[in-house]
Design a protein around this ligand. Structure first.
Ligand code: PEP
Ligand code: MG
Length: 539
């Protein structure tokens, strides 16, 4: 069976199909006959949950370090908490209800009690107790989540994937993403590019596909379910050819990013987590042009502390060994929602309370991040960049907060380095006042994903609009030139970190416009390098 969709990243994947079910189903109050059997089910599910948490701890330890991994140990301990366990078993016995119901209800009750406490540490445990209860209920319900179902790398089928869900995924177990919904500019698409795996959206796959063999052809924009032996063989050959092409690209490692006529440009990579640095190094990027720091917040169950953030930024800076690392302060809001921020539902989240707006409004969050960034500055070459800027006043406020943060560090004799400060140009307002903004900062990085959405008035999350989404629209190209000219006139260097930077059909245009830097997904580095090296601007 063949189903077509829309490709958001090319490539070929062959493997078992698995459906990413929203891990947790509604739990109803169900009466049971045998409470002892139900308690045994609970005990077994609890043991299974602890095993999973142990595996997650080991994985996180390798990928994000001890401080960030510690949460899984805390969860393991919470599962053994006597009050929690007794509340569940008592409820099963006294009310003759199912283990699922007893765990879910106890989780909600404990969470409500923690949330009311004055102590911040205990407050933060409210989300944890809910989380461990969900894990146990999921296991009791037959382990419907992908994490539980998959024992080998799979092609992952899903309705849609929110950034908060993709951060939980074991990426080494995913060969390809195939979703029913989602748009070409969504973060699942960006993640697929980072991971260098094919991805399709708009695919209406059948529910019984799980467990069957599938082929994703990211070039021909289709998925083949249960292919014949001959089709499978044909695709295995194609996959080998792909591998060969990748090997040839690897020969560009160590080569300069310079055109045939000698114009050079900085080629950096975009990342969302510490773990992505491996791909940056493997693809030989000259630096990191965008570290989307909000993923630290998305991975966390409560506000990441200064120490946790410091550890992550320091690790990235150290791994990059002196190469430039541009860290963007958190861009929470819009499609990147985190429960513990307690943000209200909005009619137009993309144009709502997000990014720098939250930071300037809830400054304790911002100051914590800035302190962590400045402390980490001693361990490499860090630059800081701010998202969603629309005014000169915002930049002035940011700079005065930075001065206060630095003064605080001075008082405590905490060392830091002066770092480059930049802003993202991703709103039409910022483009129009880019000449004034350039006087205040060291660099601009153009966020073409948002700039396109706001300029063309096209919601980047809405798949119905993909056909209207013209990233080469003359309005965008004019704006790009204006940003470069105004940035340079004000003494800034100017780069692009939106997806347009990796559009090979525009590489020559961007070079001609005078961009100083392109920051692209790690998987695109060598392809863009190849394009730059084939370009002759004198021709
Ligand atoms: C952009 O808007 O182009 C950008 C790089 O930021 P994000 O995709 O994270 O919004
Ligand atoms: Mg953006």
């Amino acid at each position: 069976m063949e189903i077509t969709g829309k490709s958001v990243f090319g490539g070929i994947a062959i493997g078992k199909l698995a459906i990413f079910a929203k891990a947790y189903h509604q739990v109803n109050r169900e009466k049971i006959e045998d409470p002892q059997a139900e308690i045994r089910r609970f005990e077994e599910a609890k043991e299974e949950a602890k095993t999973q948490l142990g595996l997650l701890y080991e994985k996180a330890l390798k990928e994000v370090g001890e401080v960030n991994a510690a949460i899984f140990e805390v969860h393991q301990m919470m599962l053994e908490d006597l009050d929690y366990v007794e509340a569940i078993t008592n409820m099963i016995e006294s009310q003759m209800v199912s283990a699922e119901y007893a765990v879910a209800t106890t989780g909600d009750n404990f969470s409500a009690v923690f949330a009311e406490m004055d102590d911040d540490y205990m407050k933060a445990r409210a989300a944890d107790v809910k989380d461990i209860s969900r894990r146990v209920v999921t296991i009791l319900q037959g382990g419907s989540s992908f994490e539980l179902a998959a024992g080998e790398p799979v092609i992952l089928l899903a309705d849609d994937l929110a950034p908060s869900e993709t951060v939980q995924l074991d990426k080494s177990m995913v060969l390809s993403f195939v979703t029913r919904h989602g748009s070409a500019n969504s973060h699942t698409a960006i993640l697929a590019r980072t991971m260098n795996i094919p991805a399709l959206i708009g695919v209406d796959f059948p529910e019984d596909a799980a467990g069957k063999t599938g082929i994703v052809d990211g070039y021909k924009e289709k998925i083949i379910i249960d292919p014949s032996i001959s089709v499978l063989e044909e695709y295995r050959r194609k996959q080998e050819e792909e591998e060969e092409k990748k090997r040839l690209l690897l020969e560009l490692k160590g080569k300069e990013d310079v055109t045939l006529d000698g114009k050079s440009i900085h080629l950096y990579a975009n990342i969302g987590s510490v773990a992505d640095v491996a791909a940056v190094l493997a693809n030989d990027a000259e630096g990191i042009g965008l570290f989307r720091s909000e993923f630290l917040y998305l991975e966390s169950k409560s506000y990441p502390t200064e120490e946790e953030q410091f550890a992550a930024y320091r690790q990235v800076a150290e791994m990059m060994a002196g190469k430039k690392v541009i860290i963007r302060t958190m861009d929470i809001g819009a499609d990147k929602q985190v429960d513990y921020f307690g943000l209200e539902r909005e009619e137009n989240p993309a144009m709502g309370y997000r990014a720098i707006r939250i930071c300037l409004d809830r400054q304790e969050i911002f100051r914590t991040q800035l302190r962590a960034l400045y402390r980490a500055s001693c361990y490499g070459t860090i630059s800081i960049m701010f998202p969603m800027i629309i005014s000169v006043d915002e930049v002035k406020q940011i700079k005065s907060i930075i001065e206060e943060v630095k003064a605080g560090l001075d008082e405590e004799s905490v060392p830091y380095r002066d770092v480059e400060i930049g802003i993202m140009i991703e709103t039409p307002a910022a483009v129009m006042i880019s000449r004034e903004l350039a006087e205040l900062v060291d660099f601009f990085s153009v966020g073409t994903n948002d700039l396109t959405q706001y300029t063309l008035a096209l919601d980047r999350q809405n798949p119905k609009l993909d056909s209207f989404y013209d990233s080469h629209h003359p309005a965008i190209l004019k704006m790009l030139q204006m940003i470069v000219d105004n940035g340079h006139a004000g003494g800034c260097w100017v780069g692009i970190c939106g997806e347009l930077g990796a559009d090979l059909t525009l590489t020559e245009t961007l070079l001609r416009m005078g961009f100083d830097e392109l920051s692209v997904s790690p998987s695109m580095i060598l392809r863009v390098r190849q394009k730059i090296r084939e370009t002759d601007l004198s021709a």
